[in-house]
Design a binder for this molecule. Structure first.
Ligand SMILES: [Zn+2]
Length: 186
């Protein structure tokens, strides 16, 4: 899911907002998203509406309704209207209402063929993450901070695993050399 959120933030860079009309506090706009289809650049357009009083958006791609993820078109509209803090209706459904259910879902997926120790480690990590997300993430900016911290942790873990693999291979090469020498000595 975090990859999906991150993807929308990246895609936001390919979007251009154009306001078509305004009725009172309600803006109607079209968001053009540049895409590459078979190496050919095309622009897909999406109708987006924005209420400047309650600061709520609606996009016809309905990614938010289907996956509870803010789509790149809505993110572009928020940026266009300089909305730095999104309405709680976008945050609460992702971070609060479903937290328990999602956590249980992750846990039950992980339970299969895993030791108690590994399950405890995993559960501890999930609790830690959800507590941080629930207590500290209230807007897009704070969500980005958490994303970049996770990216950093991912890189560190990747490097850690790579260096462990390397020392493992180094160890087995040394052992082979020892065996070869042992064979020559005898
Ligand atoms: Zn959209």
């Amino acid at each position: 899911m975090f990859r999906d959120v991150q993807e929308q933030f990246l895609k936001k860079g390919d979007c251009i907002v154009k306001v078509l009309s305004r009725e009172g506090d309600m803006y109607s706009m079209v968001v053009g998203q540049q895409k590459l289809i078979s190496d050919k650049p095309i622009v897909d357009t999406y109708r987006v509406s924005f209420d400047s009083v309650v600061r709520e958006c609606h996009c016809e791609c309905i990614l938010f309704q289907s996956k509870a993820i803010l789509c790149c078109h809505m993110l572009s509209a928020f940026a266009y209207f300089e909305v730095n803090e999104v309405s709680t209706c976008y945050i609460s459904s992702r971070w609060n209402k479903n937290v328990k259910r999602k956590h249980t879902y992750i846990k039950s997926c992980h339970d299969v063929n895993h030791s108690d120790e590994s399950n405890n480690l995993y559960r501890g990590l999930c609790n830690h993450f959800f507590n941080v997300a629930q207590d500290f993430v209230r807007n897009i900016e704070e969500a980005s901070i958490l994303h970049s911290a996770m990216d950093g942790a991912q890189t560190t873990l990747h490097d850690h695993r790579a260096s462990k693999d390397q020392s493992f291979h180094q160890g087995s090469t040394d052992q082979k050399k020892t065996w070869r020498r042992f064979g020559q000595d005898n």
